[in-house]
Design a protein around this ligand. Sequence first.
Ligand SMILES: [Zn+2]
Length: 272
Amino acid sequence: MTSRFLLSVLLTLALLWPGGAGAVSVCVLGNEAVRISSQNKRVLIDGLYREGYPEDVILAADLRQRIETAEGEFDRLDLVLVTHSHKDHFNAAAVIRHFANNPQARLISTLEVVQAVAGEIPVARRHSVPPSVEPVAIRASGIDVLVFNLNHGASNETQNLGFLFELDGKTIFHLGDTMASRAELEAAGVADHPVDVALVPFWYYLYEERAKGLDGVLKAETVIPIHLPRPDADKQYLTRFGGFEGLQAAIDKIRPNMVQFEGGAGCLANLR
Ligand SMILES: [Zn+2]
């Protein structure tokens, strides 16, 4: 079954049962911004950013506005998770604005991110995670989150976090901007936790060896590649793959049966 066919089946199911009881939805908004919701809980990961590097997807102004002012589908987020401090994942003013508009949200992030907003967000509403080898367990807003320190690559010292949590029986794992090797992922304990939906930076699927290494550790039922570039980005590697759809086809060839959305953003709705 091709991922495109799988996607159309899932979208059809989503249309037939919108918002059914107990269903979990995973929506990729762009870049690494993801909104995950169940009947009673709402989580946003890396959605409070305002800018990026030239190839990055920037959220549309009306979407950004709803996120920052906690309106519409972002009106009662329980958890705001930020993988790391880079500008295509985090903007301090945007986080502060959301927290001013949403009294129930709690933040979990790196030392640097939490420090940047600490003056405006009370200590009871924020959790910072120190760099550590062992995963760190944090309970916030009634959700148990296991936080992994997963490195951002040998040339980048920025602390990067992976977040694993369960909503209504579905386990979600967002890996942030990691470039950790198979051995590093193993050492971090990633293999110990089966996952229903993994959100993985697409660069793991550009090379067969890297993809196999990750697959050997990450026990994921469904994988969604994230951090895809803007479809119209002026990047050499996009040209090399024959454009955005060519890139999606190339990574699908290396790691078949991933869920890929048209243009890189979309929802996997009503997971059961
Ligand atoms: Zn990034």
